[in-house]
Design a protein around this ligand. Structure first.
Ligand code: PAF
Length: 281
């Protein structure tokens, strides 16, 4: 496995691989890899000749109140995981390498951003689509892998790829879950033991929603109220949002039909958890 820190070296290597006709699987990350990322690496390894992992904590997607310096980093541990998952290349640029000049052109995410978690993070997705535009041009992937835990990011990237005609296939990978259904997240360690037990109810609430939709429930409000009352009965969390949108357009709906995302965010004493399911009827 090789680690590249410069764009020129990375592009040169990719060009050589492409000239040999190799397919490139790409997993973009901000490092501090967890089981969700490992799932993406495994899938990308299976489906491509070459596996590229990028590790770059992108300052552009952090808001003024979000602490970029406090973002967890552990390159050595990430490198070990990358080796274990048979990665061919890690792209690990510095901020100066990625943003050497002040930008003369910006990429703006216009749709799919002012809902769910994006509502409270103005500008966040502009940073995401800007860095991904750069990374797609550097890595030139055949397939790019994202986790559906952040289904809004997947929807925004879907828009980016379609709008700019990037010749890359978007692969959205199912959320990795604990045995009781709780979506794996590095934040789960901040739950008290009792909250950890209750947190399994998030997925149960979503599954309850899924079964109601499958049974023919079409009333958005009724569905949301049922999920909210399940969470109130079974957890001491505070509901931040429970929402239902079309997917991947993320447009509001009143009547449930087609492909929809049922998403929620709740706050426990020290941690805010998100989860979602996508239902196609
Ligand atoms: O999901 C992430 O880790 C980041 O948003 C991404 C896609 C690597 C862009 O910086």
């Amino acid at each position: 496995m090789k680690v590249f820190t410069t764009i020129a070296e990375m592009q040169r290597e990719i060009l050589t691989e492409k000239q040999k006709g190799k397919t490139i699987g790409f997993v973009p990350t901000m490092g501090f890899l967890h089981e969700g990322h490992i799932g993406l690496l495994k899938k990308a390894r299976q489906e491509n000749d070459i596996l590229v992992l990028s590790i770059f904590v992108n300052p552009l997607q952090f808001g003024p109140s979000e602490d970029l310096d406090a973002y967890p980093r552990d390159f050595e541990k990430d490198r070990q995981i990358a080796i274990q998952e048979k990665t061919d290349y890690i792209f690990f640029p510095s901020v100066d390498e990625m943003y050497s000049t002040s930008p003369s052109v910006g990429v703006i995410a216009k749709e799919r951003v002012n809902v769910l978690c994006g509502k409270s993070r103005p500008g966040h997705f502009d940073g995401v689509v800007t860095v991904l535009t750069k990374l797609f041009n550097i890595i030139q992937p055949t397939r790019v892998y994202f986790g559906l835990k952040d289904a809004q990011q997947v929807a925004v990237v879907d828009g980016l790829i379609k709008d700019f005609h990037f010749p890359v296939q978007l692969k959205a990978i199912e959320t990795v879950r604990e045995s009781d259904g709780l979506a794996k997240s590095s934040r789960n360690v901040n739950l008290t033991p009792e909250e950890r037990r209750q947190a399994a109810e998030l997925y149960r609430a979503l599954e309850l929603g899924r079964s109601l939709i499958k049974k023919g429930e079409t009333d958005r409000l009724k569905l949301i109220q049922t999920i909210e009352s399940h969470l109130k009965k079974t957890t001491e969390s505070t509901v931040d949002y429970i929402e239902l949108y079309t997917y991947p357009d993320l447009k509001p709906i009143e009547e449930i039909k087609g492909k929809v995302i049922l998403a929620l965010a709740v706050k426990f004493s020290k941690v805010r958890l998100i989860d979602n399911i996508i239902v196609d009827i």
